[in-house]
Design a protein around this ligand. Structure first.
Ligand code: GBH
Length: 445
């Protein structure tokens, strides 16, 4: 199996689990305001209660302990830690200090995501990622967090899924803030987001000795239908890293990860967007590309491809023999956890940690009071076996399942369940699903 020091964890994010959205001086985030608009969330729900993790963090840690994970990935709500005057809110920070202490007492290593989509509303009102000062605000917030958690946390992810921030938040407008950018604005916002990442890296390195830092994009890898065909795999690899491919700009990998790991945008970016480029300086690129410790990457799904008679890539059907994910974009493509990491390692040459992988199921509490979710277990087994295979070729350091709990699934609301633990939103009751026990058999044998 995986090496002895393999990281086995689960992941969550602040807005999706915490609730208590106006306690202890927390200010409004873009998700607090976005969820208030009728029609934005499929079932009209919001994050005001969800799993109540702000109040129940000790119970959360008990469950983690029982699960046997050695790491827990969670995110910090910027709006708890920083008030509207851009100053520290100690009460909000205390929540994370207490959570980390509880984790460490139980031998669980915290992995902190600094930005998992819940920007302070007041900052978004100042222009969000189009505001050239955004990276200084982010650096200030990072400074306060890293000093506050000093001695407790040394593992950080700066930003979760920049693709979704841009595509879902600023193009499709299915996510907060739901403000549509032009292509030109988009390129500028992406550049500012990457500078936020870079400034945060400098701050973490300065404040936290022995810190381990990464950046967590998402991707939907192109997987060859025929695993023996080398030309096909090469073409899949190339397509995966195009800055505009089947997955529509700005939802691709290389426009974010090339500057971060290779020090510059891909060539195709400069050609494609030559008339609308933002101002990119050498210092910016240096800031953005400071060395990282890991490639974190979220993988849930992918696509199959083959070659036609002229050797052009064509997209194939999905395989319909697998269980179907209960959310439109989640087709089961286990090979994503083989080819995704393989492509990333070939290009960026750093150890890889899967920061999210998970399955959305139509879970129900059965008459026996339990939640039977064999589809989720099946998903995890298939994906992890691909990951094991590729770990013979390249360094794979860890895997985080998304998610510990059923939680607020953004614009899809509360009906989409990814958890190993079922949450009854009426009374807050938590029920361990069958997959909770099954995942232990996979990782803790
Ligand atoms: C992650 O994003 C998030 O980090 C997490 O907060 C969320 O709850 C979890 O996954 C489950 O959704 O190009 O066809 O895939 C979600 C992954 C990737 C879903 C981009 C939507 C866009 C359409 N997202 N995807 S597609």
């Amino acid at each position: 199996m995986f090496s002895k020091d393999f990281i086995f964890g689960v992941a969550t994010a602040s807005y999706q689990i915490e609730g208590s959205i106006d306690k202890d001086g927390k200010c409004e985030s873009i998700w607090d305001s976005f969820t208030k608009v009728k029609g934005n969330i499929l079932d009209g729900s919001d994050g005001s209660k969800v799993c109540d993790s702000y109040l129940k963090y000790k119970d959360d840690v008990k469950i983690l302990k029982e699960l046997g994970v050695n790491s827990y990935r969670f995110s910090i709500a910027w709006t708890r830690v920083i008030n509207e005057k851009n100053e520290l809110n100690q009460k909000g920070l205390d929540y994370y200090i207490n959570l980390c202490k509880e984790l460490l007492k139980n031998n669980i290593k915290p992995l902190v995501t600094l930005y998992h989509w819940d920007m302070p509303k007041w900052l978004d009102d100042l222009g969000g990622f189009l505001n050239d000062d955004i990276c200084d605000y982010f650096a200030h917030y990072t400074d306060i967090v890293t000093k506050g958690l000093l001695g407790l946390v040394d593992n950080y992810i700066t930003i979760n899924e920049p693709q979704c921030i841009m595509q879902l938040g600023h193009r499709v407008c299915a996510h907060a803030p739901g403000i549509k950018y032009t292509d030109k604005e988009m390129l500028k916002a992406i550049h500012n987001l990457l500078k936020c990442h870079g400034k945060a890296v400098s701050v973490i390195r300065r404040n936290v000795p022995n810190s381990k830092i990464g950046f967590a994009p998402c991707a939907r890898p192109m997987c060859p239908s025929d695993r023996e065909d080398e030309l096909l795999e090469k073409k899949c690899y190339e397509k995966f890293f195009e800055c505009k491919n089947d997955y529509e700009f700005p939802n691709t990998v290389s426009i974010y990860s090339d500057p971060v790991f290779l020090g510059d945008y891909p060539k195709s970016y400069y050609e494609e967007f030559k008339d609308i480029l933002p101002n990119i300086t050498k210092e910016d690129l240096k800031l953005i590309s400071q060395p990282l410790d890991y490639i974190y990457q979220n993988f849930y799904t992918g696509n199959y491809y083959s070659l036609d008679k002229d050797n052009n890539l064509v997209k194939d059907e999905f395989y319909f023999g697998y269980p179907e994910g209960n959310i439109d974009w989640l087709q089961v493509v286990p090979e994503a956890l083989y080819y995704g990491p393989k492509y990333l390692y070939e290009r960026y040459k750093k150890p890889i940690i899967i920061s999210e992988n998970g399955f959305c199921n139509n879970d129900v509490v059965s008459i026996d009071g339990k939640v039977h979710d064999p589809e989720r277990t099946d998903y995890i087994r298939r994906y992890v076996s691909e990951l094991e295979m590729v770990s013979k070729l390249i360094p794979i350091k860890g895997y985080y399942y998304w998610s510990l709990f059923d939680n607020f699934e953004w614009n899809s609301g509360l009906k989409k369940r990814f958890g190993l633990v079922y949450v009854d939103y009426r009374d807050g009751k938590r029920i361990k699903k069958d997959s909770f026990e099954e995942i232990k058999k996979i990782f803790l044998k």
